[in-house]
Ligand binder design. Structure first.
Ligand code: SAM
Length: 303
């Protein structure tokens, strides 16, 4: 598929390039914020799994709207990803693995002991195609983001993360319910209706009293959340009576409004004389880079 046909098939893809965003994901954060207004008045923000950086661009614009504000010196945005990121104004980038405990220390050092008002994670692992494995890795990524968040977020702060609504999602909702006052599952209109992708918006961080979250290389997830009321799902051998565990179902909100573009539609009214736009920021470390290098050296030959 050519660039211009993708511009028509996915208007968010085109709009992102027109507005200078590095990825169409920017609209997901913009539509979520329009619904929940969680970026109003925030000062310190952590963007996990941030590359290529469109969420960080949105955050930078929102936090530093008023370039002359004296409060700008108080503001801080830290963006973390496995991939290197090209610089973004007012954003400190960190190339690190969010599942590695040392990453927390690095972020904390950058915040100089202060807590964040908002943590977000748009993390997605490389997909293998093995459905159960992909779902498991995604869940581990969300848990790592949540563990980091419990150590970084101030009381009352907000956590937003991408999820895929799979079989075990009730478990995640009930776990989050122990840590936040309100948990909403939100689907922005820029997220394709055909995808299982949604976002959990967790408002009002309220860790249980006497529970001190701390990351330790040797700590399992169960030990980490010990004492905060979060349990494991247990299988009980009690069929008689069928007493089913109450399910935790999060509020579901679709945001973005019907007047915004439909991410599954093809728009034919992009004038054909409008040229296809180049990407705002080419990828820093694309998988095809090595293949191109080998080709240049004449080492890539058809057998
Ligand atoms: N929000 C980003 C934006 O707007 O540009 C897009 C994020 S992209 C969908 C998912 C990112 O998750 C990828 O850049 C990937 O490198 C990152 N990622 C996956 N696993 C990670 C991990 N363990 N630690 C840090 N980043 C990770």
């Amino acid at each position: 598929m050519g660039k211009s046909s993708k511009d028509k098939r996915d208007l968010y893809y085109r709009k992102a390039k027109e507005l200078g965003y590095r990825a169409r994901s920017a609209f997901k954060l913009l539509q979520l914020d329009k619904e929940f207004q969680f970026l109003d008045g925030v000062t310190r923000v952590v963007d996990l799994c941030a590359a290529p950086g469109s969420w960080s661009q949105v955050l930078s614009k929102r936090l530093f709207e008023d370039a002359d504000s004296v409060e700008n010196s108080e503001k801080k945005i830290v963006a973390v990803d496995l991939q290197p990121m090209f610089p973004i104004d007012n954003v400190t980038t960190l190339q690190a693995d969010i599942t590695h405990p040392k990453t927390l220390n690095k972020i904390m050092e950058l915040f100089e002991g202060q807590k964040a008002d908002f943590v977000c994670s748009d993390g997605a692992p490389d997909v293998t195609g093995l459905h159960d494995l992909d779902e498991y890795v995604q869940q581990q990524l969300i848990l790592s983001a949540l563990q980091l968040t419990t150590c970084l977020l101030r009381e009352g702060g907000v956590f937003v993360a991408k999820i895929f609504r799979g079989r075990d999602i009730d478990m995640l909702y009930s776990q989050l319910g122990f840590l936040f006052e309100r948990v909403v599952c939100a689907k922005p209109r820029s997220s394709r209706g055909t995808s299982l992708e949604s976002f959990i918006v967790c408002i009002g961080y309220k860790p249980p009293k006497h529970w001190v979250p701390k990351l330790d290389v040797n700590t399992s997830v169960e030990t980490f959340f010990e004492g905060c009321g979060i349990g494991r799902l247990s299988l009980e051998d009690k069929l008689a009576g069928y007493s089913e565990e109450p399910r935790s179902i999060a509020e579901f909100i679709s945001c973005g409004g019907l007047d915004s573009f439909d991410s599954d539609a093809t728009y034919h009214d992009v004038p054909s004389n409008k040229p296809a736009l180049d990407p705002v920021q080419p990828p820093t470390n694309p998988p095809y880079k090595r293949a191109l290098e080998l080709k240049r050296q004449g080492k890539l030959a058809r057998t």
